[in-house]
Design a protein around this ligand. Sequence first.
Ligand SMILES: [Fe+2]
Ligand SMILES: [Fe+2]
Length: 324
Amino acid sequence: MTYVLSSHTHTTDLAGEFATELGWWQILQRIRTLRQRYVTEPILRDRLEELPHQLAHPTVRPWGAIAWGDVHADQLIGIDCETFCATLLGTINTEAPIRGYTQSSRQYLERLYPAMARYVGGRVDESNKLVAIGLWEREEKRHTPALAKLYTILSGEKPDIVPHAARPYQPADDPRENLYRHGLHRVATEYGATCLYLWMMAYSTGALQAVLAELLIDEINHMTKFWGFGMWAYPDSSLVKIGQTLSRAMVRKLRDRTSQGSLLHTLRRMMDELAWERWSATQRLTLLYTFDQVIKPICAWNGTLTPTYLDALFGKPDEIGNAT
Ligand SMILES: [Fe+2]
Ligand SMILES: [Fe+2]
């Protein structure tokens, strides 16, 4: 919807109303509007409460119809096409190889929580051959092709995809603690992707923004399910424990290069991938603002995840491990 008010053109999209000349405060307003639309307590509650059904009857969330023919570079606002494409390329390289990610997660979960292991990584036969693909993988594997298509439309070139090798499963003496650390990495990655796609939506409009919305909804969905399931499986988890585990993960690389890797290293690599160094100060600040905006409703929702509520959803913590 576009209309002219005084000398400025005003448009309304998923991030609210905006003038063609965007100031940084308008970007912040757009981030808040997107946050209020996509990351609210009722949405988070709904996404988690759907998980028991998805464990039993996995069904891919359908995407809305995407008007690929309507995607144009002039739908970028407040960011130049080159910077946006460099960031897109970073997201493509971070999303891939999804098969590697889902299979390592499946191995961490397999013994302790087989139903969740199937949700993320599907099922393998006796010879370790994948015979069914997990729902997480089926939903996530749409992301790289969609991002690559956006890149091609915007830049006129095919992206040069250089995926990372997914960090393989590392067995440990304490599989529960091992899964906890791995799970935190996964939740952090889904949270990072959520913030990044929301941020990219603040800088885009029209059909381009609508594509990013589908990715955003997927990431919020997965982040919420992993977070909530983690709070159920680890009822002794608290923000203090999460903080301790994360800060240990931050420095682990310095001590032990063969472990699951350092979170700081992961984040730094992600920022390098995203071409952070070519972002303007405003663009950097608005991403930090997005991180802050998104974590607030998550913390409020997290406060409602009492053991009674979670046990009603998933059973007593030692029951689901044997669920079919
Ligand atoms: Fe993704
Ligand atoms: Fe994801």
